[in-house]
Write a protein that binds this ligand. Sequence first.
Ligand code: UDX
Length: 464
Amino acid sequence: MNEMEERRGRKIIMFPLPFPGHFNPMIELAGIFHHRGFSVTILHTSYNSPDPSRHPHFTFRTIHHNNEGEEEDQDPLSRSKASGMDLMALIRQLKQSYTEPFRQSLAAEVSGGETVCCLVSDAIWGRSTKVAAEEAGVGRVVLRTGGAASFCAFAAFPLLRDKGYFPIQDSRLDDLVIELPPLKVKDLPVIETNDPEELYRIINDMVDGAKSSSGVIWNTFEDLERFQLMDLSDNFQVPFFPIGPFHKHSEDLPSTKNNKEDYAITSWLDKQDPKSVVYVSFGSLAAIEEKEFLQIAWGLRNSEQPFLWVVRPGLVRGNEWLEALPSGFVENIGHMGKFVKWANQLNVLAHPAVGAFWTHCGWNSTLESICEGVPMICTPCFTDQLVNTRYIVDVWQVGIMLERSKMDKNEIEQVVRSAMIDKGDAMRERCMALKERADICLRKDGSSSNNLDKLVTHVLSFDS
Ligand code: UDX
């Protein structure tokens, strides 16, 4: 029996967290498994549920949460969007609402006939997926969608708490965290929340859930985070599979169709000079105040660099979209600036006109920028973004920091010019070198490619 035949009828069940920064890499991983001959079933939450027609290779099953059937205004998840519930409270609510329904769905899926190799669950679901997988009698592998450096910081939370780093004191912000160099206290991956204990619980549960799994899949590559992966692997007694960057396993991935807006963006970029455009996007979750939005707008305009700015509806608190801009602002900018609600970021970063990416440094954005050799302007908002930024700026030296607290229009103008003009070439050169390392890791016999072979063997060993 050849390898492909052996895998036919072998199913992998995936359980993503329902946010684009987590769902997208899970879908990319699904494409990688599919290309290797597995069938993939995605168990997804009814909250933020995806459009299955965009991913015809996979089977989708919706899990309905516990609160459904209650009056809409009684259901905390329905209310979360309207009330702007803080992210930790939302994650707690998701875990509460879906743990039991997930357990039942997994059990039903496993008893469905086709051999199930394993469950791949997002690390943030934590230990609850361990219990469900054990009951259903399937192996459980965890996907960590973020980088290894930030996970080192998350894994150190109990130690950092004991040492008095938390709650973070303003007087210590610029101190080095001697246990986690080169991080400073201000880089520790926390988030504003009404209940800091909830943050510690979610982080510790994520780390424990990964430690007690049968393996961790990482969307990173060894040449980027070798020492961080080694540090973690010394403490975790489970196999690691750094097989990233996922989105560059191109032949393994379902292609995404461009829409009308994507064509309009490409056509605008086509008219710009090479490496002249600042691409601005703060991911799918971060929100900014109206006054920050205005400072960014003026700073970009005054820098006199062309810009493409993703202003996601919901990005500017209390605003639908661009209405906070002074009247005539967009018209006066003319062809020098383009505002969009969403972009095909992979296409944008790959376009030769893009000279820098002003980003919040979510892990996907960070990897995507590195993989196109595009230097970054870094304005982290919360959690892993803070750690990613320190590595981008100080370790890999492919970005400039623009701290949120210092974000006035003059500072923005100066940093944008610096990234595009003074420091641009040197940062781009280093970023191109990292891009080449990523390409090498993905080639036959490269580390990501070898790790993927090991992952496939590992997954097949569960049901033997
Ligand atoms: C979240 C967290 O905020 C982040 O810190 C964590 O690392 C992952 O989960 P998000 O804020 O959305 O993610 O940022 P990021 O990780 O960068 O993911 C955003 C994804 O959306 C990227 O894959 C990006 O390509 C995509 N995107 C974003 C678009 O395709 N178009 C856009 O206009 C904006």
